[in-house]
Ligand binder design. Sequence first.
Ligand SMILES: Nc1ncnc2c1ncn2[C@@H]1O[C@H](COP(=O)(O)OP(=O)(O)OP(=O)(O)O)[C@@H](O)[C@H]1O
Ligand SMILES: [Mg+2]
Length: 435
Amino acid sequence: GGPVNVYGIDCGSSGLKMLDGLPHVGEIINGDDVERVGRLLRWLRDLADDRAARYSEVRASTIVEYRTLADQPAEKRIFVLVDGMSAFREAYEYSKLSALWDIFLQLATDGRPLGIHLVVSGDRPNSVPASLLASIQRRLVLRLSSEDDYLSMDVPKDVLGQASPPGRGLLGNLEVQLAVLGGNSNLAVQAREVHKLSEAMLRQGVERAPQIERLPDQVDLDILPAGSPDLPVIGVDDETLQPAEILAKGPLLLAGPPGAGRTVALVTLAYALRRSNPGVELIYVGSRRSAAASLKLWDRSVVGADDVEETIDELVDYSTGTPGKLAIFIEGLTDFTDTGAESGIERLVTASIKADQWVVGESETSTWSSAWSLAQPFKSGRRGLLLNPGDIDGDSLLSTSLGRISTDFVPGRGYIVGRGKVRKLQVALPPENRN
Ligand SMILES: Nc1ncnc2c1ncn2[C@@H]1O[C@H](COP(=O)(O)OP(=O)(O)OP(=O)(O)O)[C@@H](O)[C@H]1O
Ligand SMILES: [Mg+2]
């Protein structure tokens, strides 16, 4: 049927993995890898939209017509294999990921004429839900565990039985034996045959299918655009892989567990703002000595409760000047609780928020709940940068659910929360932290 690319979502026992080396196989993604499953499905959705528009331009109603009418014989059919439908449903159908499930169903309905085909496998008749079954054109039924199962799959029950060999099946009215590469179902032999096939395809010049990109673990701030004064760019957005911006106004709660990259993020935020708004003054307030405190970046840096207490009136006065002329970065905010500086910090935060300055409050996730009065303005602002959060951190810190959290713990990976909206990102590294 012409050139083909293949993608796989493996929710079973990694049986699809061996296809990964084939040039026309773009990617076999593990079903747990929510990020990349999401990126694959959104990419396919966009591709379907793009194809629908291109096909209608030349009045083609199918990919076959399009190839001729538009003189594009290389337009590829795309097969998306999902191995282990039960597990895939369990993870995506009724969970916070149901938006991805909807894309999946939509592809099943609209994809066929556009050359996007889903192939799903299930171990029981009901592993494929009715909503999906309706769009499935052909079924291959292999040996099932009970006679009733054949009936519910709508095939005769007396063709296949316990004695049927693996790979024996019913395809419409035909009884078939599925071929395996090299004529041997031993996995090692299969893998070797796949490898040989792969080399033969490459020799013949088969083009490599596009891969599904991943969010990088490290990004230098320097390579990203600066953004605008109110919206500095601080990292890379997970969904689009484009620059991620953050609103630089009012309170921002910066939290994460130990080692999540909070200090680095605080410095990144400051650098990012300086890049997007060179005239801004950057003020650092820290509860104790930290690598960040002595950076040349700061126009002012005040460290320790005693020094803070001494300078606070001056800072409060200063911060009520022109809106947006300065930004305050408080590292270890909750440590000021029960110190002489507590009420001063409170005044500074309230006054600067009122004057429309950016006020970033940093502390480890577990400390926010016991710092009621210091935490309050940040919590009620409902804006934050949550690094490597746990399931309920969004709800408890910012009254905003983060949805399903993926478990890929990388320093600097987190979520920007802004007034109910949530974006996942990788925070960029500031110039100091390049390695
Ligand atoms: N955005 C990032 N990208 C890549 N690596 C990062 C990033 N942020 C932090 N790291 C790595 O993680 C290490 C710890 O970062 P950092 O000191 O900022 O964590 P922290 O959350 O402030 O830790 P602590 O709980 O000790 O205060 C850094 O030295 C760096 O190697
Ligand atoms: Mg730190």
